[in-house]
Design a protein. Structure first.
Lengths: 332, 332
DNA sequence: CTGAAAGCGCTTACAG
DNA sequence: CTGAAAGCGCTTACAG
């Protein structure tokens, strides 16, 4: 029922070859006049290209597969928005697939689904990939690129924030404002390289001031709101508080800290300063608004697509910066 | 380079026809033994189906195109998560395309991109579609279904909350707690049928109590945080406040109201009660937490995919309910 | 600048 | 239960 190039060929008197050349804009292979006629008839007939046929013969497409780790984060949107923006500029279509951390089978399934079509490339958002699946990816000859995650294995191309620097910046910011007993809450320290790097950054900054970090200052978690609540409960179990400031592993953690502090009658920033990591729009929505190390997620997504398509195998960082809001007090 | 069914045919000694039948599981067309051999070799060779070829010949696929209105909302995620969940149960892959409200050209572009492949169906999230594009959709013979939006034109299949009821419920809830001067803030009343319906629901509930609604109680907007701020500024320009309670057109509006009230020294809920519409996770994150008419976005997404695939052309509603939190005071 | 023809990898009546 | 063959809609060397 659908209109094909054969119909256009028939209607114009040209061969399908010529019609195809015009429609794919193979410069130099047709006259202006031919092109004009073909386009006119194509429009009249309501022609739509059959992508399946095109992908079959060219073995390539403009489809980008984006595999997203569906573990609760609130910044994946921004990254996807950035990817989407770049994709629309470049004429790419996006397929989205979801997977879960540490679930090798679901990960593999998502990758295979992506590879079943001739995708132009695969972007993996915050996907902490299993080693076997790295092999699958590498053997596919399809370009891939990790976004918002970094790996010890430097052969994996990725773009993320410099998480060591993120941890360092947050800590330094608080040190500069007179804080010495600084907590760190809600980071995943078991499974997450990101968490490790931020912790290292924190330790570096503390070491520069020759501060001995007490174990009770650090409460690991999983970057969730819940982790923030738990950490605050733990801190508040001592009176007075063991810390004067705390760095939250994510905005959600920061909000958990805030809500629990509120519940316990601890005032922020008067009794406890909070610096959040991420800096999503949530920081402006809560009270007090959260001073944060803000990551540039949108840009991360925007840039990643270009890198992927240029077969750039470098590992690279997007910048992050302190955005001052109302959750930090200066200690005199 | 990729393994094809021809390779499997060669390796097993069967024809490509038989291999194809096994791989597509055409029951009754092959013996158990044949199936076993084929599957074994397919696995050994690392065979991946070429979807482009399959889509070309069958003229169908398991791809669902989801077209999302990228206007700032914070609930599209939940809907997509629901769709995604159902899609993974049903074996569908999702393509995501973005468009904008009232931009007929971008809308059309997204629809055409979807129709360039033999998609199983098209889901349109909060897309207020232009009439010409409705024609395009209808003439495509591809099933489509609108999600989280309803239309005056009852011929458009859709699933959403019952927005008249949403407006009514929110108002009734406040009336039951003794409020009479009730504001309505941040709804889009010019372009949005949803906004109109909620306003009608509000008016119905007020009329039941024979309350004459004052114009100054209603501040239209565009469902954004900014709209909430503006509305609160307008209310606070009178002293005392003209209202004792306000219904926010969305969670973002509610948060805008909250933040601006805080800034102006108006306490919630003591001086002003707030009921939010949407009930996303944000309601728990802010202080005071927001009592809301909570929509079931996840379920909306989950259900929509089934409806789409069953060619259900009914217009239907998902339920919404009041979730009580801390932003409403009872008036004695 | 244009056309005839082969072929991409698969599915499916048709025949046995 | 299986195979030979046609065909899905397009692109692209090859030849002119």
């Amino acid at each position: 029922m659908d209109v094909t190039i054969k119909d256009i060929a028939l209607a114009t008197g040209f061969s399908t070859a010529t019609v195809s050349r015009v429609l794919t804009n193979k410069e130099g292979y047709f006259s202006k006049n031919t092109a004009h006629k073909v386009h006119k008839v194509a429009k009249e007939l309501g022609y739509k290209k059959n992508m399946a046929a095109m992908e079959l013969v060219t073995r390539r497409s403009d489809v980008i597969a984006v595999i997203i780790n569906s573990t609760k984060t609130n910044f994946a949107d921004s990254i996807v928005a950035g990817i989407q923006k770049r994709a629309s500029e470049l004429g790419n279509t996006i397929i989205i697939l979801y997977t879960r951390d540490r679930d090798e089978v679901v990960q593999r399934q998502a990758i295979i689904t992506a590879l079943e079509r001739p995708v132009a490339g695969i972007l993996l958002l915050s996907v902490d990939i299993a080693p076997q699946n790295v092999e699958l990816l590498k053997s596919s000859n399809t370009p891939f690129y990790f976004v918002s995650i970094a790996f010890r294995d430097a052969s994996l191309p990725c773009i993320s924030s410099d998480d060591h620097s993120v941890g360092y910046m947050a800590t330094k910011y608080l040190l500069d404002r007179g804080h010495r007993r600084i907590g760190l809450a809600g980071l995943d320290l078991n499974n997450s390289y990101t968490g490790q790097l931020r912790l290292d950054g924190y330790r570096s900054a503390m070491a520069e001031k020759e501060i001995v970090v007490s174990d009770e200052w650090i409460h690991a978690g999983d970057f969730s709101h819940e982790s923030g609540i738990e950490a605050m409960q733990a801190y508040a179990s001592q009176s007075p508080l063991p810390i004067t400031a705390v760095i939250a592993g994510s905005d959600l953690v920061a909000i958990g800290l805030l809500n629990q502090a509120q519940k316990l009658g601890i005032t922020v920033p008067e009794q406890l300063s909070v610096v959040s990591i991420d800096g999503t729009v949530l920081c402006d929505y809560v009270h007090p608004s959260l001073t944060s190390v803000t990551q540039d997620f949108y840009h991360m997504g925007y840039v990643s697509l270009g890198r992927l398509l240029e077969h750039d195998h470098e590992m690279s960082f997007t910048s992050s910066r302190i955005v001052e809001r109302d959750s930090v007090a200066e200690l005199r």
